[in-house]
Design a protein around this ligand. Sequence first.
Ligand code: BEZ
Ligand code: FE
Length: 295
Amino acid sequence: MMDQEDGDLTRAALARLDECDDVRFKRVMVSLIGHLHAFVREVDLTTEEWIAAIDFLTATGQCCTAQRQEFILLSDTLGVSMLVVTQDQARQKGAGNGAAAATEATVQGPYYWDGARDFPLGHDIGEGVPGEATFYSGRVTDTEGAPVVGALLDVWSGDGEGVYDMQINGQSEMLARGRFRTDDQGRYWFWSIRPGYYPVPMDGPVGRMLERMGRHPNRPGHIHMKVVADGFVPVTTHLFVGDSPYLDSDAVFGVRESLVVDFEEHAPGEAPDGRVMPSRYWSAHYDFRLAPSRA
Ligand code: BEZ
Ligand code: FE
């Protein structure tokens, strides 16, 4: 019979892992149980509060569909996703493969749609999408500056008002998405729109949690990129619009100084790729650096 003295129950729960022979799983579970028990003690959790927490997690699961992942949103808004991303990159940096100089990663978010079309360099993926035209260009290099030829940039963003194609009812075609490959000098260029800031979905349990915390739901304007090349560590990241609201208070903690880009304004006229623009447009330049996957 177990004595329920403070600490005995925690020790008993931890002892149930004695026979577990998966070393990593055991380490994670021991830590999780220890922290959960300490949390319950620290806040002196009541049964009513514990039931409310279980109801919240149940509602979070019930809100998930093929198009919506409320648990990822929970992890994002509590800063856990970004912490994991940051730790992953720090681990790579410790691997001594020059990863310290690689482009910083940030959260993938819920709006990645696998299988975007391949387009030639210079293509406009923002055609028909609300928002101001923007010319994106730069290079993909290794951490020593040598060009990475044929690197894949998988690009996606919301529109100029911060709405993603996946959020539009009945929208089955991809918008503002495409895949590009760098040329023989590691260069890329394409057109899209200048993305606007937007709120994370607020009509579910996580939205209610944010409201109760007194937090705003907004993310600063950004365009997502996955940059992938053979022999290199892939990077999932964003470029943030340099003068966007909410750069200092991103609802999912994804902003990194090195990813904030000045979007330059241009008068109507000939753009760098020779396209003649009838109205104002923007340009954003960014060079991606990839670390070799083998030390
Ligand atoms: C996004 O950038 O698309 C995003 C990231 C985390 C939560 C919601 C949206
Ligand atoms: Fe996004």
